[in-house]
Design a protein around this ligand. Structure first.
Ligand code: NAD
Ligand code: IMJ
Length: 256
């Protein structure tokens, strides 16, 4: 009997087989969950369709989180197919690439709005649509964040501000949704080489620094994030909400 036997999970943020959301999907499948995936854009669709099929996913739904109508439609499909939902995974971030280099002082109004919209507001929009479907006693919403939302890292720039907003949204959503039996938590992952980390200036240096200085003296991998997601989605974490749970080899506890 898996930890998530019969639970219905809607997963946002699989782009390819390196995505953190993909590792979460595989772990959920192993624990007995039923899966629905969303994808954004045709190039992503080509990569996500075979992955979703390989896990026997029941639903594959297009959804750009900038678009309220697409979000509403995605949850309508889930409602019509499953009649309800137990788990929502939000594993989405985006800022225009020019914002992720150079001085933070040069952050543009447009770049700020885009980063905050896609990377932080989208959690609120998805949670609002998920809520009426989470009528059981233990709904679980999980998002992915990074330590750059709490401390300054080179080039992370406006994404750091977006992650700070995302982490505070987790706390406000936890307070707002707790009375309805819905838990909301974030996993703060250490640096992992995914599409979202590819071509990011200084990524290798930061990953090298973690491997040298973190208590575990190594970087983490997608599977380790997925393990924490299984725990947070399962009844083992039924008393846990509003948390930012680090899966980062302990890097965040080190001062000097
Ligand atoms: P990824 O590129 O595989 O995932 C990012 C996802 O965001 C993609 O699936 C992409 O399609 C989706 N996305 C972007 N804009 C979207 C939009 N408008 N509508 C819908 N989806 C959209 O990379 P990842 O590393 O797996 O990132 C997933 C999450 O993990 C992000 O929130 C990221 O900030 C976070 N995170 C990543 C790391 C890391 O080092 N890779 C560390 C900590 C946290
Ligand atoms: C991203 C930028 C700068 C430094 C970074 C990162 N470090 C890490 C990341 C040190 C670990 C990856 N990360 C945690 C993210 O949240 C990435 C978000 C992201 C990445 C891109 C790249 C391509 C693009 N826009 C993006 N928007 C958000 O055009």
């Amino acid at each position: 009997m898996g930890l998530l036997e019969g639970k219905r999970a809607f997963i946002f943020g699989v782009a390819n087989d390196k995505s953190i959301a993909w590792a979460i999907a595989q772990a959920f499948h192993q624990e007995g969950a039923k899966l629905a995936f969303s994808y954004s854009g045709e190039s992503v669709a080509k990569r996500v369709i075979p992955l979703a099929e390989s896990l026997g996913a029941e639903l594959l739904i297009p959804c750009d989180v900038r678009n309220d109508a697409e979000i509403a439609q995605a949850f309508t499909v889930v409602k019509e197919s499953w009649g309800g939902l137990d788990i929502l995974i939000h594993s989405i971030a985006f800022a225009p690439k020019d914002e992720l280099k150079g001085s933070f002082v040069n952050t543009t109004r447009e770049g700020f709005a885009t980063a905050l919209d896609i990377s932080a507001y989208s959690l609120i929009a998805l949670a609002r649509e998920a809520a009426p479907l989470m009528t059981g006693s233990d709904g679980s919403i999980i998002t992915l964040t990074y330590y750059g939302g709490q401390k300054v890292f080179p080039n992370y720039n406006v994404m750091g501000v977006a992650k700070a907003a995302l982490e505070m949204s987790v706390r406000y959503l936890a307070a707002a949704m707790g009375p309805d039996g819905i838990r909301v938590n974030a996993i703060s992952a250490g640096p992992i080489k995914t599409l979202a980390a590819a071509g990011v200036g200084g990524f290798n240096q930061i990953a090298g620094h973690v491997a040298e200085k973190a208590p575990l003296r190594r970087n983490i991998c997608q599977d380790e994030v997925a393990g924490a997601a299984v725990y947070l989605a399962s009844p083992l974490a039924r008393g846990v909400t509003g948390e930012v749970h680090f899966v980062d080899s302990g890097y965040n506890v080190i001062g000097l």
